[in-house]
Design a protein around this ligand. Structure first.
Ligand code: FAD
Length: 310
């Protein structure tokens, strides 16, 4: 941590901070409303891109496509569609990729995905599908001149034999054409900084965007972390201790915790952030404000007026 006499980059108002924001496709009409009101609030901040996750099963996948296609049609946001190799042939995946291209989408987040039976079961590639993420990345690049983002795991993916093996997997994705990586969320910045150094030492030079999960609900975030192999430091648990039934204080603490994390990363020279928004805008909006982002003139961004009127 810098001491008081050291220069703190996070206090310079002119740093070129770029953000991207992740959403998931809504399941119900009510969730749909929450998502679109969040998008409307966050869009004027002009995120570099927004991404929409992809689930297992046909209806979830359709929701991803519909959400991304609506973003292209009705907003000036640049959406990235997540896509996995799970339970699909190469032809099926290629046709999804082609339909994204036809809809005007130019950025895909390429993933292997989790087994359809759920996390913890062993993954078996579809016999006619893309066996690994690097194959998917190459397949996407063959179809169109997409920007391709991939995942990265500062605390290693739970299935990877070691962090080095995981970095080899990242290298294979980069060799197949991946343009940037987005990390699994982490709470201890040292973990990200050490990982970034290791990745650079392995000769990987694509941007490694830190994935930030603003903690809206500590219990939920801790469960999430357990499933993804992210560690939860004792001090984070302590920050939220005793606030289970105090929503208002929890919100203030959540904002303070997220601010502490991102500003510390700015002090370390980080200029790009990817936020796991959980489809909520308030915390992400506040953090972006702290990072120096301001709403741009509505004519340039946000939901297009003709779409609003419809
Ligand atoms: P990879 O990076 O390809 O592999 C991860 C590690 O596991 C590598 O080290 C690899 O070598 C190792 N590995 C892979 N297969 C095996 C194997 N069979 N045996 C041993 N080791 C193996 N999931 C979704 O379903 N939808 C989403 O939209 C989605 N978005 C995500 C976005 C981000 C930024 C991140 C970080 C994750 C996301 N996930 C998503 C979760 C992701 O699908 C899971 O973590 C999945 O288990 C791995 O996919 P991957 O592409 O990250 O794997």
């Amino acid at each position: 941590m810098p001491n008081a006499s050291q220069h703190r980059a996070s206090r310079d108002g002119f740093r070129p901070i770029r953000v991207s924001i992740e959403f998931f496709p809504p399941k119900t009409e009510e969730m749909e409303k929450i998502l679109w009101s969040s998008i409307e609030r966050l869009a004027p901040l002009q995120p570099k891109f927004v991404s929409v996750t992809y689930g297992a099963g046909g209806s979830t996948r359709e929701r991803t496509h519909n959400t991304v296609a609506r973003m292209v049609r009705e907003t000036s946001l640049k959406p990235a569609a997540h896509l996995t190799c799970v339970d699909a042939t190469k032809e099926e995946i290629d046709s999804v990729v082609q339909s994204y291209w036809d809809a005007g989408v130019r950025h895909i987040v390429a993933l292997r995905g989790d087994p359809a039976e759920g996390v913890g079961h062993s993954y078996r590639p579809h016999p006619g599908g893309y066996a690994q993420t690097c194959d998917l990345v190459a397949g996407i690049k063959r179809i169109g001149d997409f920007k391709v983002s991939v995942s990265a795991y500062p605390e290693k993916h739970p299935e990877a034999a070691s962090l080095d093996a995981d970095i080899d997997a990242l290298k294979a994705k980069v060799d197949a054409g991946a343009d940037q990586a987005i990390t699994q969320f982490f709470f201890d910045n040292e973990i990200y900084l050490r990982y970034r150094d290791k990745v650079r030492a392995a000769g990987i030079d694509i941007p490694i965007l830190p994935g930030i999960l603003p903690v809206q609900n500590f219990k939920q975030a801790a469960n999430f972390a357990r499933r993804t192999g992210a560690s939860v430091p004792y001090w984070l648990a302590a920050r939220f201790e005793g606030l289970e039934n105090d929503v208002e204080t929890r919100r203030l603490v959540a904002a303070a915790v997220a601010a502490e994390q991102v500003l510390d990363l700015v002090d370390e020279g980080v200029e790009d952030f990817h936020f796991y928004s959980m489809n909520r805008s308030d915390l992400v909006y506040a953090i972006c404000h702290l990072l120096g982002l301001r709403s741009q003139a509505p004519a340039k961004v946000a939901v297009k007026p003709e779409a609003k009127a419809a």
